[in-house]
Design a protein around this ligand. Structure first.
Ligand SMILES: [Zn+2]
Length: 439
């Protein structure tokens, strides 16, 4: 029954997940037929099945035969309320969206009290879709009034790990209950010296910030025109470059700026599906990785991606980077780490989640390895196609089970933390009400 498995595994003693093919994706990068012990919501051990059975003789057991077991995925950039507008601005470049009158009307409606239930339906559906496709941690980014507060409530309701943004151009410190907050600067066209100064003060007091940066040539031209310099140099001028300044996209960044990002440890969030669909260009991800710039992944939004599936982002990132930098660029396991470890690092969660490590939170996903998409799956000394299969063949549909902090939130492709069918019915009702108003 929904809810019956929601108590953390540790509340009922140790739980042994055994028989699966495990990728820890930690620094050691262990992979193979291993068991994972979960206790008190945390990973108690990862090791050979026999050893863990001896160590935890009274443990409950979960048969993971035929499953690949991974750390949960991290989606570091998502505009969840736009789920309800999937397909609304097809065949349009980002800077032509403003010409789509129905899109503007929709955003106004979602921001109004009467549209709030439509906004919530979109947010809840997007988050549920993320969860069902293997995401255990995500950073939402609101674009309509009060959507961040709704996202915070829905993250808590679904028991997902997450972060939401705050749009406050004065960057006033405030205690806010719920998930951690990230201040947002939006994009070049919205920047003012006053806001940048306020952002710098917030940054100096330890806040995390995010900005859509250097996504398009138009935005680069705009910042050059207004500030006489490029986006990354402008942020450096205000002391805004650090591991706590997340840059979404970062396509139009020159050589000197990339070196600066590496020196300052600034994380990039790449959303390759959206960047392709909007014809933004191809981000220099291979170069970023070679320089040591952390790169996380995001799905961006349903209006410029149409999917919340991070497996799609992994595949597209790999294909696109090979197209630009050559077939030997960007090994599959490196891409898996972007969707897990690097996402956790970008959001300040490394040390708690992002890899399967003893003592860290038990955030993990199981995939159906018997699915024809993942066959043949070969893992032996000296050869493995598992990482390549996960990046280039798997989809979120192959995720069968999802655990966050030791709680099963998805079992056998079914949400345990919410009424799945009701979420999709509400989304359809919301979309219908919205299009009745704007078309
Ligand atoms: Zn975005």
């Amino acid at each position: 029954m929904p809810g019956s498995d929601l108590a953390p595994a540790g509340d009922r003693g140790v739980l042994l997940l055994e028989g699966g093919l495990v990728l820890t994706l930690d620094d050691a990068g262990s992979a193979g037929p291993l068991s994972v012990a979960v206790e008190d919501g945390r990973i108690a051990a990862v090791g050979p099945g026999d050893a863990l059975r001896r160590r935890f003789p009274a443990a409950g057991r979960v048969d993971c035969e035929g499953r690949v077991l991974l750390p949960g995925l991290v989606n570091a950039h998502l505009h969840p309320e736009l789920q309800v507008l999937k397909g609304a601005v097809e065949e349009l470049h980002l800077h032509d969206w403003e010409d789509a009158a129905h899109f503007d009307q929709a955003l106004v409606l979602l921001s109004s009290p009467e549209g709030r239930w439509i906004q919530r339906a979109g947010i809840r559906a997007a988050l549920a879709d993320c969860l069902l496709t293997g995401t255990t941690c995500l950073a939402t980014y609101g674009v309509t009034a009060a959507s961040d507060e709704v996202a915070a409530e829905e993250l808590v309701a679904l028991r997902l790990r997450g972060h939401v943004t705050v749009r406050d151009v004065s960057f006033t410190p405030a205690e806010r209950p719920g998930p951690p907050r990230i201040y947002r600067l939006h994009a070049e066209e919205a920047l003012t010296p006053v806001e940048l100064e306020a952002a710098a003060r917030a940054h100096a007091r330890g806040e995390r910030l995010i900005m859509h940066a250097a996504e398009t040539e138009q935005r680069l031209e705009l910042v050059l025109e207004r500030f006489g310099t490029t986006t990354v140099r402008l942020l450096e001028r205000y002391g805004l470059l650090s591991p706590r300044m997340l840059l979404s996209h970062a396509l139009y960044v020159d050589d000197e700026e990339r070196a600066l990002l590496a020196r300052r440890g600034v994380p990039i969030i790449s959303s390759p599906s959206a960047e392709m669909k909007l014809a933004d260009g191809i981000a220099p991800i291979v170069d970023y990785v070679e320089r040591g710039v952390p790169v996380a992944l995001g799905t961006d939004s349903a209006v410029c991606n149409n999917s919340n599936d991070l497996f799609g982002e992994m595949r597209h990132l790999g294909l696109l980077q090979k197209l630009r930098f050559g077939a030997d660029a960007m090994p599959a396991e490196r891409i898996l780490r972007m969707a897990t470890a690097d996402g956790a690092r970008a959001l300040g969660g490394w040390g708690e989640h992002g890899a399967l490590v003893e003592g860290w939170s038990a955030d993990l996903v199981l995939l159906d390895a018997h699915n024809p998409r993942l066959q043949p799956l070969v893992h032996r000394d000296g050869y493995s196609n598992v990482a390549a299969n996960l990046v280039y063949a798997a989809t979120g549909q192959d995720v069968t089970d999802v655990m966050v902090a030791g709680r099963w939130l998805v079992r056998d492709r079914r949400l345990l933390c919410a009424d799945g069918p009701a979420i999709w019915e509400e989304l359809a009702r919301a979309a219908s009400a919205l299009y009745d108003r704007i078309l």
